[in-house]
Design a protein around this ligand. Sequence first.
Ligand SMILES: *[C@@H]1O[C@H](CO)[C@@H](O)[C@H](O)[C@H]1NC(C)=O
Ligand SMILES: *[C@@H]1O[C@H](CO)[C@@H](O)[C@H](O)[C@H]1NC(C)=O
Length: 348
Amino acid sequence: MGICSTVSKALRRGKFFFLLILLLSLLAWIATFSGETVKSILAPFGTTETFVKGDKLREKLNVLLTEPDQVIAPTQSAECPQVSPLLKGAVGLSFEPSLKLKDLEIANKGVTEGEYEPSDCTARQSVAILIPHRNRERHLLYLLHHLHPFLQRQQLHYAIYVIQQAGDETFNRAKLLNIGYLEALKDYIWDCFIFHDVDLVPENDNNLYICDKQPKHLVVGRNSTGYRLRYKGYFGGVTAMTRDQFLQVNGFSNNYWGWGGEDDDLRVRVELQKMKILRPSADVARYTMVFHKRDSGNEINNKRMGLLSQTSHVWKKDGLNSCSYKTLSVERLPLYVNVTVDIGKPHI
Ligand SMILES: *[C@@H]1O[C@H](CO)[C@@H](O)[C@H](O)[C@H]1NC(C)=O
Ligand SMILES: *[C@@H]1O[C@H](CO)[C@@H](O)[C@H](O)[C@H]1NC(C)=O
């Protein structure tokens, strides 16, 4: 009897365990299944679905952009304060003809291969500064001279990229900036991109080189316009967009050869996405424009008005997803990365 009751108890318990295991496997199966469902819903996330599918470059970019943020090492220091204690406000700028790149390198020992990170706190944003360039070595020198300490006082993690157009074909600022974005993302998943003309030097470090919830235009005034906005809607000179904002508008058009129009085109793209352009206050967003004559190879683009009237029809096909170029060299110099590219020539 005693043995009998023990056996029947064990059998009942066995049934119970069998049922429990069955239930658990069922739950596990449901969890796996629903996990996959969630993943497949999330896959074509937000902005990407507006783009032409099947483009290799785009796909690569998407992979890059869906990668999780860089893992933060537990040893890293606290986030930098909201307002950097190092800011000085308006500073007097100097443009010494005797200035040499070597002097700048000595003065900016904390910068390696164009990149800098504050040593005592973790920067709030990682920012890539993109400067389109050809034959403006002196302007570049003046800009680097002021920009490095300016960005360091803002406690940013940043890198400066100079995108150099090879050859003598008409200059294409916008395409060089698209290339800068694509090339910089190969180094690091930057949060924010500053599209920066080589001849504009910021006068006040309260003009923060960080991105916002909306695209930012940083040049309200410059000495050459009496510190007034050049015209309503002006979106050129220096602008700041997040990685996602720039992707959402498909970057710049690649088709503006010569001076003018490409910045208005970007404004139209931004407005088509129902984004709003933000500007810092006029007393802060001030620049000195270093004097120069119009470069040969950057004549006024007479096609710009015609191109601008087409933007709303062509923006999905003309931009980051159609930007083709050949990288000729990437030189990692102490104070900037020099990406030299062959960008082809205008279609006739
Ligand atoms: C703006 O300032 C720069 C640097 O001092 C100077 O080279 C340039 O001529 C100035 N432009 C005007 C229009 O005053
Ligand atoms: C960038 O590299 C190219 C190729 O070596 C060179 O011709 C050009 O002068 C460099 N530009 C700058 C600004 O360093």
